[in-house]
Design a binder for this molecule. Structure first.
Ligand SMILES: NC(=O)c1ccc[n+]([C@@H]2O[C@H](COP(=O)([O-])OP(=O)(O)OC[C@H]3O[C@@H](n4cnc5c(N)ncnc54)[C@H](OP(=O)(O)O)[C@@H]3O)[C@@H](O)[C@H]2O)c1
Length: 307
């Protein structure tokens, strides 16, 4: 039995609640873990609102929030290879376990060992934001010296892309509100404050010949405004807004497998994918942690330290 935080029906923050639940039994291909740290992501509140039916799996209520976690393996389900009880691991709760909880089940195929020297706190940020940054830059496949626009640079994925880009000798122009400037500039981003200047005019002034690639974390009208800044529309990669295809761009192709997780952990260990963690909340403070992300203006990664 352990404490969990989730929701009893679809809706806004008012449907959120703490409750106790028995440790979930790991099914085939799953591992039960004691959660050390859970990452907080925009997808969490979208699932709570019932806006991502394809990912819900028709699970019963109450459901536990959270998609990613790091922790220690307590038990293995059937057909699990390469992981053992006692391993420190991180990965995705893709089968409905939810990670804002003292114990949960992770999908073994989407879970990797935490390498020695990497903290659980950092590892917990890698499944969603860390590997998304790796996938987006892999998909762009730009040569050294190329210039990219990161639209929404101040959030979890945006800062991860900005941290990773220099290792590929990419120059980054990033957009965000004023509060994101200092953090972005500290890691070498040429920053454009979308609340103070017209992004398209400012970006064109900085890169008159057009961008070699765009990684968009904002979507909607903002994506539509910046997409024409790419020299080649197929080099516009949207992470959240699938309507990017209408603009000639592409949605990020995600790789959630163990190998990609292990690669992201190695990059984190080398300091190349060092996440910017701006808030660490206890589980009792999960409502505040999710509210920070749900307001749409998060800085870097927010995590919940469970044990
Ligand atoms: N496909 C996938 O597997 C996948 C994986 C990860 C994330 N996602 C999606 O990708 C999106 C970003 O994720 P995230 O974790 O980085 O979110 P996040 O941490 O909430 O960051 C979003 C950032 O965008 C900034 N922003 C908002 N409006 C903006 C605008 N008009 N121009 C520039 N910046 C703006 C926000 O702050 P300021 O406004 O203060 O600058 C915030 O820093 C979300 O939609 C998420 O669901 C998808």
């Amino acid at each position: 039995m352990g404490q969990a935080w989730g929701f009893g029906r679809f809706g806004g923050p008012e449907v959120q609640e703490f409750f106790d639940r028995p440790d979930p039994g790991p099914g085939p291909g799953e591992v039960l873990i004691r959660v050390a740290v859970a990452g907080v992501n925009p997808l969490d509140h979208l699932l709570r609102a019932g806006l991502v039916p394809g990912l819900d799996g028709g699970r019963p209520f109450p459901r536990v929030l959270g998609m990613e976690a790091a922790g220690t393996v307590l038990a293995l389900g059937a057909d699990v290879d390469g992981l053992a009880v006692g391993d420190a691991v991180f990965g995705f709760a893709l089968t409905g376990g939810g990670t804002y909880a003292e114990t949960t089940v992770l999908s073994a195929a989407n879970t990797a060992r935490i390498p020695a020297g990497l903290s659980a706190t950092v590892a917990a940020t890698l499944p969603v934001a860390g590997t998304t940054a790796v996938d987006a830059l892999d998909q762009l496949g730009l040569p050294a010296g190329a210039t990219i626009l990161v639209n929404g640079v101040g959030g979890g994925v945006g800062l991860a892309v900005a941290r990773l880009a220099p290792s590929r000798q990419l120059r980054v122009i990033g957009t965000g509100s004023a509060a994101k400037r200092e953090q972005a500039e500290a890691i070498g981003v040429r920053f454009v404050d979308y609340t103070a200047e017209d992004v398209v005019t400012a970006a064109r002034g900085l890169v008159p010949d057009g961008f070699d690639g765009i990684v968009d974390l904002v979507g909607g009208p903002s994506l539509r405004a910046v997409a024409p800044l790419a020299r080649d529309r197929s080099a516009v990669i949207a992470v959240g807004d699938q309507s990017v295809a209408e603009l000639g761009g592409r949605s990020v192709e995600r790789r959630l497998d163990r190998e990609n997780l292990a690669r992201s952990a190695q990059l984190a260990l080398e300091g190349v994918l060092a996440p910017v963690i701006t808030a660490i909340h206890p589980l009792s403070d999960a409502p505040a942690a999710l509210a920070t992300v749900e307001n749409g203006h998060a800085s870097g990664k927010v995590v919940i330290k469970v044990t």
